[in-house]
Design a protein around this ligand. Sequence first.
Ligand code: FES
Length: 571
Amino acid sequence: MSKPKKRRSQDWYGKRDKDGFIHRSWMKNQGLPDHVFDGRPVIGICNTWSELTPCNAGLRDLAQSVKSGVWEAGGVPVEFPVMSLGETQMKPTAMLFRNLLAMDVEESIRAYGIDGVVLLGGCDKTTPGQLMGAASVDLPTIVVSSGPMLNGKFKGNDIGSGTDVWKFSEEVRAGKMSMNDFIAAESGMSRSAGVCMTMGTASTMASLVEAMGLSLPMNAALPAVDARRKTLAHLTGQRIVDMVEEDLKLSKVLTKSSFENAIMANAAVGGSTNAVVHLLAIAGRSEIDLSLNDFELGNDIPLLVNCMPSGKYLMEDFCYAGGMPAVLQQLLPKLRSANTVLNHDISEYAIDAEIYNSDVIRTLDSPIKPAAGLRVLKGNLAPNGAIIKPSAATEELLQHEGKAFVFENIEALKATIDAPDLPVDKDTILVLKGCGPKGYPGMPEVGNMPIPRKLVEQGVRDMVRISDARMSGTAFGTVVLHVSPEAEAGGPLALVKTGDTIRLDTLAGQLELLVDDEELASRKADWQPSPARYDRGYAKLYSEHVLQADQGADLDFLVGKDTRPVTRESH
Ligand code: FES
């Protein structure tokens, strides 16, 4: 390789004094020889591997492939763990800890003598948390995702993680599925390493990583257990060494244009509503001016990917049909010019891509739905915005006026939703409060609240539901989410009472509480926030500093970046 330049890592390993001795000597206890400290790129492999995050459990193996690539290209790989967020395992909600992971990633990258970083993530919050942290340090950065599980199988049919859980659960509640079958479906659903194999939040974020040019092509769709994912990891290890040589920092890839491409791609893949808060948070770290209004860019983008929950196939099918390069190829006439980790424009990513199954990936002139973007809703019920995913909603409910039935918090919902005398019918609008960033805290995925049992038994499968919560990327329904400001912050959602009329007009982007201003002012005067739920630890810090959903729900003091060199010596 060419003569090494002075790199960041040389402030740790290049000194011929006591500090240099200490930094090198302790690294040598892992068998590293003298010559690796000669100024070659030191590559951090930031790993969210954990057995408590089953979706990321395969990342330990994948890290070995990254290391092989780094060594081959003349770099020095150093793997380090960061907090892992197991979506299905953490309480009260993994989202509470996304910002903590981001702090861990940021400080780990900054504190150590590395020149570039490979982010190994997958499960929902791990990808955005890692990108938020990395953006605040701004070294050359590239992503390798876990990859999706193989298609779920049950009684000869494909089943999708998440999406079919909600369906099975409703079938059990309606007495149409036995408990034995319900338990058997668990085993068939998760039958290999990897993330949810629907277009849930994990695969959405991996797809958007690809649309933003932050990974090598096919990173999103290659199944976790496909040998080609190891190859991709190996090639990524090679590429990050070159990125350090080229000084291709994250900020040279992550631009306003790349976020706009992500918004369009999210519409085309039928991606998760969670992408909104995550993209806003990553943009905040990157000091890029992105707001909810920018998401209107997705309004006219057609749904091209026929994957659950918006369609019928799964990520394995998406891979064999051509994956994200084929989607980006379709979107080329609409995409912004934007750089990628290859130091080429995004158009070069996709120019030669092909669709191999035109039912799984549609063309622009034969889409599944003509306009699939998440819709931003505004109105007196959500002055700072709310969102809805029309591609996963019931068409007839997208414009709806009905009487509200209010649950003041999640406990009230759980206690009463199945009551046989609950005063609701199919036209009622269910309203849930207290589940926003501050209110829960952590903004859990409970916005797709269950349909009341008495209506399930009548065959009702969807209703308009409104809350300040999020919804799993694998979920579906006519669900208005992320109402801002949230109820706990004194937003108008806090003032809604059972029996009020609410009007949802998705096409017009409106969400209105049809109660006169005088009455609302009187309710507001009587409103009191809940007493603080936490008096110590991270949850207290989070509750006091979390921003609202329309600002990405990051902590206020973490927005932006600090790229200054670390100046104080540790010894
Ligand atoms: Fe981890 Fe779905 S629960 S990706």
